[in-house]
Design a protein around this ligand. Structure first.
Ligand code: SF4
Length: 391
């Protein structure tokens, strides 16, 4: 079966105990009656997609439940989700089913239920194990609670993979406090995957509104932190396979790799994004409006675009420079119809490879860990531009 026949599904659960100060994801307060209607709507939205000929022919390959805080759902709600949605999806070829959990709402009882349903991979939103950094971020859990959760022996053997998400370059953070967090995370033997994202301050967040007063680390310190994460992961036998993702061999996220290699995916729920070549679309970031549209039998999509060759080229370059998958020159030409070495790209590629940012292997341009850090800069030099035609 061709991988192009595979489909990934993302399911957005937007509910959270409270809003973290840096968060610009679509998330809303936990509200029991809204949760049940939302779950029903997810099932109905999938039924609408299922009858679409573009989807019908595809085989579900990966599932990812993110948020928000999916682990906030109690056992009854999860059962309802199973009945309303999971039971309608053909799971026979699913290779990976990931679920985001937060320490404050996770329990081993829930973990056992997730495993029974078919979830294969948990990823815990820990962000930091430093008391002060967690409090500045407004996280709902303590460092102790997060460590207790990860160390619970009840997790042993329940899932194929358990991972942790961290944020670095937090206000007040230093390489020493980050190193301490990494030591604690790596003291947990079952951790197979680490996602470490550099903090970005979005305007419409509490951090964004107080950005001038935030003691964020300098760019130099931030680079030191990125390098520290790489070193610590290397020592633990975890390989960097994307700018923010590290895994023990064989534990890379298939779902993320499908995104980065332009495989088709459907997003269910408010604010969820979808892509089936050459179209990309997303649902409105509003749970009430999402529910009412779906219950009326209408689509919840409020944005749609068709990608042309230039947009596809830009995405292939942008994503390829951030991941070990790199940019495959033959695939680039086949997908975009644009000659890979044209428009001065050959000269730029020579320059980047002599700086140690890129390496060519079997027709694929692969970024080094240092190169991934300069992905944006390299992308600016490689992305084809629209030609200006003057009469
Ligand atoms: S738990 Fe996650 S989704 Fe919810 S507010 Fe915090 S960062 Fe945002």
């Amino acid at each position: 079966m061709s991988p192009d026949n595979f489909l990934s599904i993302y399911i957005h659960i937007p509910f959270c105990i409270r809003k973290c100060r840096y968060c610009d994801f679509y998330s809303i307060p936990f509200d029991v009656s809204l949760v049940y209607r939302y779950i029903e709507a997810l099932g109905k939205e999938w039924e609408m997609y299922e009858s679409n000929p573009l989807i019908k022919e595809k085989t579900v390959y990966t599932i990812y439940i993110g948020g928000g805080t999916p682990s906030i759902l109690d056992i009854q709600m999860w059962k309802k989700l199973d009945e309303a949605l999971f039971s309608k999806i053909n799971m026979s070829d699913v290779k990976e089913w990931s679920l985001e959990c937060n320490p404050e709402s996770f329990s081993i009882e829930k973990g056992e239920m997730y495993a029974d349903t078919g979830v294969t991979r948990l990823t815990f939103g820990v962000q930091s194990l430093n008391r002060r950094e967690l409090s500045i971020c407004g996280r709902a859990h303590s460092a102790d609670r997060a460590l207790e959760t990860l160390n619970d022996s009840g997790l042993d053997g329940l899932f194929n993979s358990i991972g942790v998400d961290l944020i670095y370059s937090l206000p007040g953070q230093t390489p020493e406090t980050l190193d301490n967090t990494l030591s604690k995370v790596f003291s947990v033997p079952i951790i197979k995957h680490l996602s470490a994202y550099e903090l970005t301050i979005a305007q419409d967040t509490t951090f964004g509104r107080h950005s001038k007063r935030l003691p964020v680390p300098s760019e130099e310190l931030s680079v030191q932190m990125y390098e520290l994460i790489g070193k610590r992961c290397n020592r633990r036998g975890m390989r960097q396979y994307e700018i923010s993702n590290y895994a023990m061999p064989g534990y890379e996220s298939l779902h993320n790799k499908a995104y980065w290699s332009h495989k088709p995916y459907i997003g269910l729920g408010a604010s969820a994004h979808s892509y089936i070549h050459p179209k990309r679309w997303s649902n409105a970031a509003d749970a009430e409006s999402y529910i009412s549209k779906i219950f009326d039998g209408r689509s919840a999509v409020n944005f749609e675009e068709t990608l042309g060759p230039l947009e596809i080229a830009a995405e292939m370059i942008f994503l390829g420079l951030r991941s070990e998958g790199g940019i495959n020159e033959k695939e680039f030409a086949a997908h975009t119809g644009i000659e890979f070495y044209a428009d001065g790209r050959e000269k730029m590629l020579d320059e980047y490879s002599s700086s140690g940012f890129l390496e060519k292997r079997d027709g694929i341009w692969i970024p080094s860990p240092k190169g991934m850090l300069f992905a944006d800069m390299m992308a600016r030099g490689l992305i084809p531009r629209k030609k200006n035609h003057t009469a």
